[in-house]
Design a protein around this ligand. Sequence first.
Ligand SMILES: CC(C)(COP(=O)(O)OP(=O)(O)OC[C@H]1O[C@@H](n2cnc3c(N)ncnc32)[C@H](O)[C@@H]1OP(=O)(O)O)[C@@H](O)C(=O)NCCC(=O)NCCS
Length: 156
Amino acid sequence: MGNYCYKTESQPLIPYRYTWTGLLSPTEIRQITPLYASAFKWPTARSSQYFSRCTTYVTGVLEWLIVYDQKKVVAFLSLHEHPDGILLANVVTIPSYRGRGIATEMLRKTRDRVHGERLYLQVLAEQPILVDFYSRRGFRLLPTLTSSGRYQMVQE
Ligand SMILES: CC(C)(COP(=O)(O)OP(=O)(O)OC[C@H]1O[C@@H](n2cnc3c(N)ncnc32)[C@H](O)[C@@H]1OP(=O)(O)O)[C@@H](O)C(=O)NCCC(=O)NCCS
């Protein structure tokens, strides 16, 4: 029975906690920095630099959604200003928690959070699997790539 917390992998007895925050705490930054570096294959130093700025006000970052399994951060995403709505970015679930519907639930909670605003996101051109993942969750691919070679997707 391994972990007493779980009935099955997809039905935690103690549910994951989804929390919104405008500013990451130092503890959250300490946990998120290496997770981010590993998910996006950034050097940890660059990731630390990025997140150290998140303790203070960062132009364009509106909110973070952090998912906890008890005290452990297991997933997160961020919302940013966008000229035509809100940009969704930094969507990560840590590898051992993938496939449990956590990112799907984060997208659902984001939808509720933005009160009908258009949601945009960008996906690297070499990751068509992600385009499929977001298409199945109501996002539509826009016809032109961004200047940095990313697909842009929108959910209206
Ligand atoms: C993309 C990502 C956020 C999905 O998170 P998740 O919590 O596993 O998502 P869900 O459980 O809601 O859905 C999992 C999807 O991956 C597939 N999947 C199932 N088991 C999986 C597993 N063990 N590992 C990875 N993917 C799995 C499922 O097929 C499902 O897609 P489908 O339902 O459309 O078929 C996660 O894989 C990740 O962090 N990837 C690395 C960072 C990244 O590329 N982020 C996107 C930036 S735009």
